[in-house]
Design a protein around this ligand. Structure first.
Ligand SMILES: *[C@@H]1O[C@H](CO)[C@@H](O)[C@H](O)[C@H]1NC(C)=O
Ligand SMILES: *[C@@H]1O[C@H](CO)[C@@H](O)[C@H](O)[C@H]1NC(C)=O
Ligand SMILES: *[C@@H]1O[C@H](CO)[C@@H](O)[C@H](O)[C@H]1NC(C)=O
Ligand SMILES: *[C@@H]1O[C@H](CO)[C@@H](O)[C@H](O)[C@H]1NC(C)=O
Ligand SMILES: *[C@@H]1O[C@H](CO)[C@@H](O)[C@H](O)[C@H]1NC(C)=O
Length: 334
């Protein structure tokens, strides 16, 4: 009985010591930093106390929210000539000002910026108007500065409609536009401006990864105000234009060179005497060659029906199609 009492008392002293040492250590190492963490939490709670994320952050009804919007193009995911769509991966740069999200850093231990999940904040409903399929936006954190400036840079996958002009295929240059605007706020409520100070930096290609087939030679932005019959005020729209030039090495090897070789073979047929069997064999060979090339072209390019008969004339003018189909007719005739 006494022995067990003594052993209990013996164990109490180190436990007490341990607690004291832990307390001292925590005071020494964590004092400043734990208060720094609670400053951020306190700030977040204060900012969010009366925050309403469904309503635009304007001071009053006659005040607008000015959003600066820019694009950073990461890569071209797909250029689909058949469905006339362009898929891009981008970062959308959105910057706006919310007076109710400003604070005095001195009252919050010098905290000058706060990362807040964008889902907790109001966001401008800037939409891709020439959308063609699902636009995916990855929810990200927004960075709020103590001045009330909010930076929101979500990753987006865009699929837009783009009318490709294939007249000069495969030596073509395509121009695709991306039209962005607010879905429900007119200009007097949400003023959308281009982000950047010159037409060159409205669209950033700094993070762009080269595409194997397309070289983006130019990217620019433009702001318009469009009036719809529904509404008294116009809507601010941003149009970004991407100019892409096709890198033709592949097409030169696969289409143009074989086509030219077949064209060179064709006159040989006239040189052969009519009674030889070789003449027929060569003729059939050239015919099959042209057919295969045309089949391959058909797989790459939109068919006349999906392309629309309106464009059929342009399409039949396209360079390879011209050479091949005309020479095939000549081959059949001989
Ligand atoms: C706590 O934060 C201060 C700066 O505020 C820093 O100098 C110090 O190293 C930090 N301590 C620990 C344990 O991280
Ligand atoms: C609305 O807010 C703006 C900016 O603070 C101010 O200039 C304007 O006078 C206000 N208008 C009304 C009607 O309160
Ligand atoms: C939006 O507000 C800003 C500043 O208050 C002003 O300069 C701008 O002209 C306004 N935009 C529109 C479209 O009214
Ligand atoms: C445009 O802004 C960038 C940085 O945002 C700056 O480096 C550049 O000098 C500015 N250009 C002009 C013409 O103001
Ligand atoms: C893409 O175009 C730029 C300028 O228009 C040029 O400097 C670059 O070499 C081109 N890239 C390729 C892979 O052709």
């Amino acid at each position: 009985m006494a022995a067990s009492n003594r052993s209990k008392g013996f164990w109490h002293i180190p436990m007490l010591l341990e607690a004291v040492i832990l307390l001292v250590i925590s005071q020494v190492f964590c004092a400043d930093n734990s208060s720094f963490i609670t400053q951020e939490r306190r700030l977040y709670k204060d900012l969010m106390k009366n925050y309403v994320k469904s309503i635009r952050p304007a001071r009053n009804a006659s005040d607008n929210v000015t959003v600066r919007f820019g694009l950073s193009i990461l890569n071209i995911a797909d250029v689909d000539l058949k469905t006339h769509t362009l898929s891009l991966n981008v970062w959308a740069d959105e910057v706006w000002n919310e007076p109710q999200l400003s604070w005095d850093p001195n009252l919050y231990g010098g905290v000058k910026s706060l990362q807040i999940p964008a889902a907790a904040l109001w966001k401008p409903d800037i939409t891709l108007y020439n959308n063609f399929g699902d636009t995916y936006t990855q929810e990200a954190n927004a960075v709020v500065l103590n001045t009330g400036v909010v930076y929101y840079v979500p990753y987006m996958r865009l699929k837009s409609y783009c009318s490709y002009d294939l007249t000069r295929f495969p030596y073509d240059t395509q121009e695709c536009t991306l039209l962005f605007g607010s879905w429900v706020y007119d200009e007097s409520m949400l003023d959308i401006q281009l982000n950047g100070n010159s037409s060159e930096n409205y669209v950033s290609l700094a993070s762009f990864r080269e595409h194997h087939e397309w070289n983006v030679t130019m990217a620019s932005g433009r702001r318009d105000v469009i009036k719809y019959p529904c509404c008294a005020h116009g809507f601010a729209h941003l149009t970004f234009t991407l100019t892409m030039k096709r890198l033709t090495t592949y097409y030169t090897y696969v289409y143009v060179t074989p086509c030219m070789l077949l064209n060179l073979l064709l006159p040989l047929m006239f040189l052969l005497p009519p009674e030889t069997r070789q003449k027929t064999t060569l003729g059939i060979g050239i015919f099959i060659g042209y057919s295969i090339l045309l089949l391959m072209l058909e797989m790459t390019l939109p068919s006349a029906f999906s392309y629309g008969l309106r464009h059929w004339h342009d399409f039949s003018n396209d360079i390879i199609g011209d050479w091949c189909s005309d020479d095939m007719l000549l081959g059949i005739c001989t």
